[in-house]
Design a protein around this ligand. Structure first.
Ligand code: FE2
Ligand code: FE2
Length: 319
């Protein structure tokens, strides 16, 4: 919630008519991201809304504090688009944003530590277009998306294991078979299928080695940190030193798995089926896409939510 106590109130009723809008615009332009102003008026200032939207774009929030009949007050907040909030943080707050990033091929899990501006610059995308789409998502907090960021870290760790690790383990054997089969049957006409099968074997091997490390070492330690924090107990530093060390290792492994999945996406031309695709071909691509989706969410929950929480807890809890 914005701090309205220090917010400037512009009484529009006492401003000379021809200066009303320019004054509001001038004050708005001087706001930094996240700052607000209030306009006080004797009628609905909706025309200001449209003018602001048209001339400055979708970079503000418009909230009525009073809606007549005598007094109208609107809190206008400039959105915090330049504060360098990272793509990962944005998705952690509202997972629906992942759809927009996906559409533009922006990596929100492994590469989630960059701001929108940075990633757009790197990819040669118009960042204002992406920001506009992000802001166009209906203002209903997180919609139907689960608010993972509010979960207790221990619960989140269990959830990741029970949902995502379980999914990966169940999906691997079938995908292994499908990718091998389509490479064998269609590889001569579609040589990229041989490459896809290789990349999938890599991902499968990487994840099968990666997940037990989380399950046996990192996640149990995160749960210990959480218990200690809850009970106000201080812990000795663990054998691996700072938790930053295993986290760096896990993030590096995420990156490698993510790169293999990205290669599969590129090789398959975004999972586009050729005209001669058989049923197995179709199922393989559908499953690969589902696997990629799940992996993105899985890595996002770890890199952008669980690991930052663990690092915070470590600061409080380790002697
Ligand atoms: Fe994991
Ligand atoms: Fe992981």
């Amino acid at each position: 919630m914005e701090n309205t106590a220090t917010t400037e109130i512009i009484d529009v009723t006492v401003i000379e008519p021809r200066l009303k809008h320019p004054t509001i615009f001038d004050r708005f332009d001087n706001l930094k991201g996240g700052e607000s102003l209030i306009i006080h008026n004797d009628h609905d200032p909706k025309p200001v809304y449209y003018q602001l939207l048209g001339e400055r774009g979708n970079i503000f929030k418009w909230q009525y504090l009073e809606q007549g009949p005598e007094i109208w007050e609107v809190l206008i907040t400039k959105l915090n688009l330049e504060a360098g909030e990272t793509v990962g943080e944005l998705v952690a707050k509202d997972f629906r944003k992942a759809q927009v990033f996906k559409k533009y091929g922006i990596d929100f899990c492994c590469g989630g530590k960059k701001s929108i501006k940075q990633v757009c610059e790197e990819k040669g995308i118009d960042s204002s277009k992406v920001e506009q789409e992000l802001n166009a998502l209906p203002d209903t907090a997180t919609g139907n998306e689960t608010d993972y960021a509010s979960w207790e870290p221990s619960f989140l760790a269990d959830y990741i294991v029970n949902v995502h690790h379980k999914y990966v383990r169940e999906a691997i054997p079938a995908l292994y078979e499908y990718t091998a089969k389509i490479a064998r049957v269609h590889g001569s006409r579609h040589p990229e299928l041989l490459e896809i099968a290789k990349h999938f074997t890599n991902v499968a091997n990487e994840l099968e080695a990666h997940m037990p490390k989380e399950e046996r070492i990192l996640f149990p330690f995160i749960k210990q940190l959480y218990e200690a924090k809850k009970n106000g107990v201080k812990l000795d530093a663990p054998a691996f030193g700072s938790i930053q060390n295993p986290i760096n290792m896990m993030e590096m492994e995420h990156e490698i798995a993510g790169n293999d999945m990205e290669a599969i996406r590129t090789l398959s031309n975004d999972f586009t089926l050729p005209a001669d695709a058989c049923a197995t071909y179709t199922v393989a691509f559908k499953k690969l896409q589902e696997f990629e989706d799940d992996l993105h969410r899985h890595i996002h929950l770890e890199n952008n939510i669980l690991f930052p929480k663990a690092l915070e807890m470590e600061k409080e809890v380790i002697k």
